[in-house]
Design a protein around this ligand. Structure first.
Ligand code: MG
Length: 259
């Protein structure tokens, strides 16, 4: 009888362990949702606004992506377009850039404001440094960004992305342990591995042309992010392809598909 009970219990335990391992396996391959320029396709939000960061956090997205420029007088601001509301982010002063009002009524945010708010939230910060007019300015901008990340104590909650390989390598030198991903589509996973970067963050059509890069990256210990995927069929394609992160303007739909 004792033997029978033990055997029965053992079977139940085995079943539970198998079930847990399946759940764990499913969790480990589930894509992480990154809101592109924050979660902005919702009431009261705007791209790269503080609200878009708060709203990305409120839907429990894994990450919230945002773009950083350095003004002519060396201040760091959060915005996507190089020229926005007629103001050039790189050649204008901070005062000129700061005068811009976003569609939701917020002032165009500073990086300080963004990080101060990000520090209070749980969502991961995915910081894109925009390519600047020369490498010296990029190096200066990267160094300033690193100082800010350290000042606000969010370094361990931040991933860095950039189209400029110069910027990626500048960050890599300053932050050897931070994940830095390259955006500009033209390097193979092997090349990125040789540069010490964390992985590729490529436009969706590039990864459709090179689906093999996902496995190649994973075999090298790199990660793969894809941008900017909004259409449900395309979201499902990249879920099935097994990328690690999907950057989207449609985070709620992606979360539904992942369920
Ligand atoms: Mg961006």
């Amino acid at each position: 009888m004792v033997v029978f009970l033990n055997s029965s219990i053992m079977k139940k335990l085995l079943f539970i362990l198998v079930a847990l391992s399946i759940v764990n396996c499913q969790l480990s391959i589930a894509q992480k949702v990154v809101c592109h320029r924050g979660f902005w396709e919702t009431e009261g939000s705007a791209q790269n606004s503080i609200s878009s960061l708060v709203k990305a956090d409120s839907i429990h997205a894994f990450g919230s992506e945002f773009d950083v420029w350095m003004t002519a007088d060396g201040e760091l601001v959060v915005n996507h377009d190089k020229v926005f509301h007629g103001v050039n982010m790189e050649t204008s002063t901070f005062e000129e850039v700061r005068a811009i009002t976003l569609n939701n009524g917020e002032k165009l945010p500073t990086l300080d404001e963004y990080l101060a708010k990000g520090k209070q939230l749980g969502v991961r910060l995915v910081l894109e440094m925009k390519s600047l007019s020369d490498f010296n300015r990029e190096d200066e901008c990267a160094a300033k960004i690193v100082r800010k990340l350290k000042h606000y104590g969010v370094l361990d909650r931040t991933d860095i992305i950039a189209f400029s390989i110069n910027a990626c390598l500048a960050f890599k030198k300053l932050l050897p342990d931070t994940k830095i991903y390259y955006l500009d589509n033209d390097y193979t996973p092997r090349k990125l591995k040789s540069l010490g970067l964390a992985g590729l963050d490529y436009e969706q059509n590039v990864l459709r042309q090179h689906p093999d890069w996902v496995k190649e990256a994973h075999d090298l210990g790199l990660e793969v992010n894809v941008w900017t995927v909004n259409d449900p069929e395309a979201l499902q394609y990249f879920i099935d392809l097994g990328v690690d992160y999907i950057t989207t303007n449609n985070p709620v739909k992606l979360q539904e598909l992942l369920k």
